[in-house]
Design a protein around this ligand. Structure first.
Ligand code: NAD
Length: 470
């Protein structure tokens, strides 16, 4: 039986374990575990050669305890209903952990994008949006998709355009997030998940107690990191941890792995792969086709940023890293996690670590509903206040302030700075909350259970406030 059949079960096991540490009625736990609604779509599209093909897609809304529901739409050949249900559930827990007021959802289109032209992908995306609209499964107050594996701003722009053609909703742009900025998107969304992962890793490594347990020095600087997957999340994670002076020594992709013990030049690697469509031939590292050797790399932190179930009960023994940072959703199965904790390996769970994407999606949705760019009203006002303060200090001390210093501390209030700052704040606060639970229960290397408890507490509170459970 393939791992995919069990993905939802793996998530369920995590929640079941966490539920043992909270005192809620069993009915409430059952309600949290269930998927509230799921839709399976089959629709025909015309291929470029004139033939007709039936496409399969799913959308699951795991939890309506808060609305709208929120979660990406992935385009992947291996997608199925179990995966969508599991990913939707993870979204509910993730939103709760980072205090984003949404229920969880997830969608998938079962195609290998490499086998379709851009025009065909557009037809598939627009038809799927039409179907979601017909079934009341999309809308700024109902369910708001976002990019995920195999999809990007381009698909989100098609979804938004189709939805706004079908409805007269004044908030129509808010029906989807991760859009290009010109289409109602927000600056900072593209990099949000990877940047959030980098912030999360930094917070984890900053923590003396955790680093002592792992026998590692505090701080992200000089940490040796290996990354699986060089797509949106993998690339941005590698870029930002490198900027934090960590050393990314290996990056794996479909075609193989590139290794450089001195640290890879991430921008040069991206430029090479963009030009040649492969990492093979990259001058800044040695290439091998054995992509799975990423799991056995000697490193401090392994960052799986591709797909679920990469580290399972079959290969957990091979992991040499001391920390696994789950940038992807569900890359380490529940069963493998338990073994890794016994071995003294910490897993920073997806529900916390990759929540940067949904956090900035929330900012984008708020921007769409308020119809105004962040910083537009207060930017000049704040800058003038800062300039006045600088002038006042200069007048008072009779000394002109160093222009370099003034520039350094000048508040940049443009949209991307505000978004990054909101994201950083979210990742710091959520880490503090999860860490406090971890410490209270002395979970050793298990941060997943602490994160699930954090999610359960917040979802339960929401149900209690709704008057549904006592
Ligand atoms: P993506 O399609 O941009 O990139 C994924 C990359 O992984 C692709 O380049 C693919 O070729 C590569 N890959 C696939 N299988 C591989 C393997 N076995 N070995 C090495 N590389 C492999 O997708 P993404 O948006 O970066 O998403 C990656 C993961 O992060 C998914 O699990 C997704 O659910 C999760 N995630 C994404 C976001 C987001 O904002 N995009 C947010 C939260 C979580």
């Amino acid at each position: 039986m393939s791992h995919k059949v069990k993905f939802f079960k793996q998530v369920e096991k995590g929640i079941e374990l966490a539920s043992q540490y909270v005192d809620y009625p069993r009915d409430l736990i059952e309600q949290v575990l269930q998927n509230n609604s799921i839709i399976h779509l089959s629709f025909p599209i015309k291929r470029d050669d004139g033939s007709i093909e039936v496409i399969e897609a799913w959308r699951s809304q795991h939890s309506h305890h808060r609305t709208p529901c929120k979660g990406g739409i992935r385009y992947a050949e291996i997608a199925d209903e179990d995966e969508v249900r599991a990913l939707a559930a993870l979204m509910s827990y993730k939103c709760a952990i980072v205090d984003v007021p949404f229920g969880g959802a997830k969608g998938a289109v079962k195609i290998n994008t490499k086998n379709y032209s851009d025009r065909e992908i557009e037809r598939i995306t627009r038809r799927m949006t039409f179907e979601l609209h017909k079934h009341n499964f999309i809308g700024p107050g109902i369910d708001v998709p976002a990019p995920d594996y195999g999809s990007s701003g381009r698909e989100m722009a098609w979804i938004s355009d189709t939805y706004r053609t079908l409805s007269n909703d004044i908030n129509g742009h808010g029906c989807v997030t991760g859009k290009p900025v010109s289409q109602g998107g927000i600056r900072g969304r593209t990099e949000a998940t990877g940047l959030g992962v980098a912030y999360g890793l930094r917070e984890f490594c900053k923590n003396e107690l955790l680093m002592d347990k792992l026998n590692l020095k505090t701080g992200i600087a000089n940490k040796v990191i290996a990354v699986q997957g060089f797509g949106n999340v993998g690339y941005h994670t590698a870029k930002y941890v490198s900027e934090m002076r960590a050393k990314v020594i290996a990056v794996s992709e479909y075609e193989g792995i590139v290794v450089n013990p001195e640290g890879l030049d991430i921008e040069a690697l991206l430029a090479h792969r963009t030009e040649h469509k492969t990492m093979k031939g990259f001058a800044g590292g040695s290439f091998s086709e054995d992509r799975n050797s990423v799991f056995t790399m000697e490193c401090d932190i392994l960052v799986p940023a591709a797909l679920e179930a990469q580290i399972t009960i079959d290969n957990w023994q091979d992991v040499k890293a001391k920390i696994i940072g789950e940038a992807a959703n569900g890359p380490v199965t529940f069963d493998a996690s338990q073994k890794l904790y016994e071995k003294g390996v910490a897993v920073i769970p997806d529900t916390y670590l990759n929540a940067g994407g949904v956090t900035v999606s929330y900012f984008e949705w708020v921007k769409n509903l308020s119809h105004i760019r962040f910083g537009r009203i207060e930017n000049q006002f704040n800058q003038r206040g800062f300039d006045n303060l600088v002038n006042l200090i200069s007048d008072f001390t009779n000394k002109k302030m160093d222009t370099c210093l003034v520039e350094k501390y000048s508040q940049e209030g443009d949209e991307v700075s505000l978004v990054h700052s909101g994201l950083e704040d979210t990742m710091i606060r959520a880490f503090e909350q999860v860490f406090a639970i971890w410490q209270k229960h002395d979970f050793k290397f298990d941060m997943r259970t602490a994160a699930f408890i954090c999610a359960l507490e917040k979802i339960a509170l929401s149900y209690k406030e709704n008057g549904i459970f006592p």
